[in-house]
Design a protein. Structure first.
Ligand SMILES: [Zn+2]
Length: 91
């Protein structure tokens, strides 16, 4: 089906406008509680917008320093699949 890609696109979850704030706040709490979260990493969109490709996928951030997702200059906005991932202390 030539239009399958279109269907898939619409099925993707759109990020809430406060995705970054909420997710980073949760990580911040997790770190304060001396849990196993050490920091945050950005898992970039496999279809890679140019903005996300400039990010270092191995970089570790503190929640306060992490780049805001979706990236401000990402053309996909809320549909960008760049996500935050916790970095665990036992990694
Ligand atoms: Zn993006």
């Amino acid at each position: 089906m030539p239009f399958d890609w279109l269907k898939g696109f619409h099925q993707e979850m759109e990020k809430a406008p406060d995705y970054a704030e909420k997710t980073l706040a949760a990580y911040r709490l997790g770190m304060k509680a001396k849990g196993s979260i050490r920091g945050v990493r950005v898992e970039v969109d496999p279809d890679g917008c140019p903005a996300s490709r400039a990010l270092d996928p191995a970089a570790e951030y503190l929640p306060d320093d992490a780049p805001h997702l979706p990236l401000p200059d990402c053309p996909k906005g809320g549909r960008c699949r760049c996500v935050y991932r916790p970095v665990m202390s036992y990694e």
